[in-house]
Design a protein around this ligand. Structure first.
Ligand code: C2E
Ligand code: MG
Ligand code: MG
Length: 743
């Protein structure tokens, strides 16, 4: 193809030649006219020598308005790229053709996005030095391609909503440069929040944030209020703009057309506005643009709301609205990194409510929830803006105090204890919550959030076991103990699973008949392969806290019942076996049935076992505990109150429960010889028991002096090393054989 020496846009270089020869051909012209594209031939002097009918259909200009003129003088307008002519010329000269996309204007002034393909013409077409230009309307394609594709891509790439909306605004402003676009969100309270308005002055955006929608609230507020587009041709005069005129006074904007963005249920979630610099309404291109954008905006806004809801559910506690464990941990990690960088200290506070379970159990979960929300509020109020708070689980709250030394942490923690202990009204009842706080310092007590949490938890645990409603700083000693305890728990779990525990039996003798046996008490024994014998005073509390006690109790019942049945089978006379029941087992709804089941399995009767409970069970008002006790009573079981005299010793409770035996704690027995008080108390316990028809078992009788005194006071049953230590079953059998049978 001969390369034109002079491209066909711009000023002519020589006079226009006549119509190129091939276009005299009628069929060819008909074919060209039928095309939807506009086709233009220009001669070497760049004057238009031919346009097809498609040109007139697309731009509205007839041949008489175009022929003999420069195409640029007909179609170029306000926002056509000013460098376009040079670009076309350059390309046509160098390569013989040029392809561009540009904004051109129709006869009515409508801007249209046009793809232009300009080829240098030869003898057979426009004549040497001329051009053939094909113009295609790509306005729609442009919108779809640019907007749809880029916005959807943005969504897929998790672009934040404001960025996505800014992208829409910028694209719209590129397609229609006379427009200043803005997208506002509308919240559930009917307030506007700018999402994107790249060309609006920042102070206007700031002022719009939080503005209420209404019937006279500018174009956007009104459109959001009415749920339909609002066209304000002149903001200087329109009554709906009265409140906003001053704000926009220096912006140079005169007209504003705003359309509501509706979600899939038809709810207004935002507005999409076009501002113009002169009084006017939108044209067809603007309408097509808005049509193309509204559903994209709706999609993006809805998606963002869903994402926020998911985020809220995933990272915040639904009840209190506080960050949950994972949210707290990740924010805390960032804070620790900052503190480390600046060589500063921080404090992790671990708060746990005292006896919170009781609120849930006795007043119901709604009351428990109300307490947690109130405590969350109180704790939050004790914090400074830079601190973090989270709810880990149940009644556990954690706080990370930034730039905080030990003294200050203690002070804040004291403030928290005081704030928590204010009386509160919970569902009409007065309640005073208490809490225990453990403190671990960064970086001395731990450099990672996990270590700090673990150590603050240990300190809290210590505070709780010391005296509750107090605070405790973490110490290395505490850590050592906690680790030991964790090792003990693991080993106990394994021992239970592998049935490595055993039972020892301690005889309880009748003081009235020498050699007479009241029963035996079954006591758990654990001989660890490395550590040797672990005393029950160590492993029973661990079993309780680790939730292993119930399994242990069931095993113990089965074992003790099986042993009693075996002794009977072998002809040994053992009237009954006493088993120790943990208070926690009574929280299991089926506990009473499980006990009955163990007995039946070994063919025993309720009178064959004595169930030892502690005073804490007696005081436990939980419905489940009461139901278990009631069920045991109905079945005819006998209860024995262990360690009597050490706990609440509330005599008033004694007659409420089906208790047939009191076990006088060994502390009394030990002091009998040297303490008149111990003697006086023992005498009164014996007389109360007698009047209530209960048997008294004196525990820990070690000397014959104790035995004689107790016997003289009429104590019916005694247990202690004086008569026999707890021993394995075979030793007990030997012990039994050695006893003088009651005569
Ligand atoms: P307890 O039920 O009051 O058991 C009596 C404790 O006193 C036993 O300690 C026993 O060995 C000890 N003892 C008996 N006579 C004497 C004496 O004359 N002098 C002295 N110094 N001590 C004597 P043990 O076996 O170490 O058990 C301690 C506690 O652990 C028990 O107190 C009981 O509360 C608990 N326990 C033991 N086995 C079990 C069990 O299988 N289940 C549950 N829930 N608790 C158990
Ligand atoms: Mg006992
Ligand atoms: Mg005892």
């Amino acid at each position: 193809m001969p390369v034109s020496s002079s491209p066909s846009f711009g000023p002519p270089l020589s006079p226009p030649p006549s119509l190129p020869l091939p276009l005299a051909d009628a069929p060819l012209r008909r074919a060209l006219d039928a095309s939807d594209d506009a086709i233009v031939l220009s001669d070497r002097s760049r004057h238009v020598v031919y346009i097809n009918d498609g040109f007139t259909r697309l731009f509205g200009f007839g041949p008489e308005e175009v022929l003999g003129k420069f195409l640029s003088s007909v179609l170029f307008g306000a926002h056509t790229d000013p460098g376009l002519l040079d670009k076309i010329r350059e390309n046509v000269i160098e390569q013989g053709c040029c392809r561009v996309e540009t904004l051109l204007y129709s006869k009515s002034g409508q801007p249209l996005w046009i793809s232009m393909v300009i080829n240098a013409s030869g003898d057979a077409s426009g004549g040497p030095g001329g051009t053939i230009t094909v113009l295609t309307d790509i306005t729609l394609t442009k919108m779809h391609e640019v907007l749809q594709k880029r916005v959807l891509e943005g969504m897929v790439n998790e672009l934040p909503l404001p960025n996505l909306m800014a992208l829409v605004c910028r694209e719209v402003e590129r397609i229609a440069p006379e427009v200043t676009a803005s997208i506002l969100g509308v919240d559930d309270q009917g307030r506007l929040h700018p999402l994107a308005a790249p060309r609006l002055p920042p102070d206007i955006c700031a002022a719009l944030d939080g503005a209420a929608i209404g019937p006279l609230a500018g174009s956007c507020g009104t459109a959001a209020f009415l749920g339909e587009p609002v066209e304000v041709i002149d903001i200087h005069t329109d009554v709906r703009w009265a409140d906003y005129r001053t704000l926009f006074a220096t912006s140079g904007l005169r007209a504003c057309w705003s359309s509501p963005i509706l979600d899939h249920r038809g709810k207004v979630v935002g507005t999409f506005a076009f501002y113009f610099r002169e009084p006017r309404g939108p044209n067809a291109l603007h309408r097509r643009l808005v049509d193309a954008c509204l559903h994209l905006c709706a999609l993006a806004i809805e998606r963002d709301a869903t994402r926020q809801r998911i985020h809220q559910l995933a990272f915040f506690d639904v009840l209190t609205g506080l960050p949950n464990r994972s949210m707290f941990s990740s924010s805390a990690e960032r804070m620790l990194a900052n503190l480390e960088r600046n060589d500063q200290t921080g404090a992790l506070l671990f708060v746990d409510l005292d006896r919170f379970k009781q609120v849930n159990d006795t007043q119901g979960h709604a009351a428990g929830d109300a307490v947690l929300c109130e405590v969350a509020d109180r704790l939050t109020q004790c914090l400074r803006a830079r601190d973090l708070i989270g709810r880990l689980a149940g009644d556990e709250f954690v706080m990370l105090l930034s730039e905080c030394a030990t003294e200050q942490a203690i002070q804040i923690a004291h403030g928290m204890l005081a704030a928590i202990a204010q009386p509160m009204d919970i569902l009409g009842q007065n309640y005073v919550p208490h809490a225990s706080i453990g403190i671990a310092m960064f970086p001395d007590d731990g450099e990672s959030i996990d270590t700090l949490l673990r150590h603050a938890d240990q300190a809290m645990y210590q505070a709780k076991s010391d005296h509750r409603h107090s605070l405790q700083l973490f110490s290395a000693e505490m850590n050592r103990r906690a680790q030991e305890r964790a090792a003990l728990e693991r080993a106990l779990r394994q021992a239970l699973a592998e049935r490595c525990l055993t039972l020892h039996y301690q005889p309880q003798v009748l003081s009235s008949a020498p050699g007479g046996l009241h029963g035996v008490e079954a006591l758990a024994r654990w001989n660890h392969p490395e550590w040797g014998p672990v005393p029950p005073s160590q492993f029973i509390p661990v079993a309780e806290e680790a939730g292993l006690i119930h399994d242990l109790t069931l095993w113990l019942l089965d074992e003790a019942c099986g042993q009693l049945a075996a002794w009977r089978e072998a002809g040994h006379h053992v009237p009954c076996v006493a088993v120790n029941l943990s208070g926690r087992s009574f929280h299991q709804p089926e506990f009473a049935q499980a006990i009955s089941h163990a007995l039946k399995k070994h063919g025993l009767h309720t009178s064959d076992v004595l169930l030892e409970i502690t005073e804490s069970v007696m005081m436990d008002a939980r419905p489940v505990t009461l139901a278990n006790i009631e069920a045991l009573h109905r079945e005819g079981f006998k209860l024995s109150l262990d360690d009597f005299g050490t706990g609440y010793s509330s005599l008033s409770y004694l007659h409420r429960l089906p208790i047939s035996e009191l076990k006088l704690d060994m502390a009394f027995v030990r002091d009998l010889t040297n303490s008149p008080t111990a003697r006086a108390l023992t005498v009164s316990v014996l007389s109360i028991a007698q009047s209530l028809g209960m048997v008294v078992v004196a525990e820990g009788v070690e000397t014959s002096g104790q035995q004689q005194w107790l016997q003289a006071q009429g104590c019916p049953v005694m247990q202690g090393y004086l008569f026999g230590k707890p021993m394995p079953s075979n030793e007990l059998e030997a012990w039994l054989r050695g006893q003088v049978p009651p005569g």
